[in-house]
Design a protein around this ligand. Structure first.
Ligand code: FES
Length: 105
């Protein structure tokens, strides 16, 4: 299952979109370095929205208690937790699509 995020041309460094996907809110955005990412809009600590969090070193900073969530992996930076990526972005025909990632790759 996949869903259309939008045109690749509409995405630019630091932009973020909130997508409803598979019953969850997912942030799709672009880091300052131009890398696209998709991460759940739920902090692994107590579930706060990280959509408005500052971008620091490829992480979004949770506004509640300032945990740093690495948007490329979903890991909490500095905690050594390995969480497999949960979402995947695919570019095709000028558009970006969001899908579930393989949990075991
Ligand atoms: S809810 Fe995000 S750090 Fe506590």
């Amino acid at each position: 299952m996949e869903t259309l995020v939008g045109s690749r041309d509409d995405l630019y460094p630091t932009c973020r979109k909130l997508i409803e996907f598979n019953g969850e809110k997912v942030i799709v955005g672009m880091l300052r370095n131009g890398e696209l990412y998709a991460v759940a809009d739920a902090c692994p600590h107590h579930g706060a929205s990280i959509f408005m969090g500052a971008e620091v070193n490829n992480c979004l900073v949770c506004p509640w208690h300032f945990w740093h969530i690495d948007v490329r992996t979903g890991d909490v930076a500095g905690w050594g937790r390995n969480r497999p990526p949960r979402y995947e972005l695919t570019e095709r025909d000028g558009n970006v699509y969001l899908s579930m990632a393989n949990q075991f790759s």
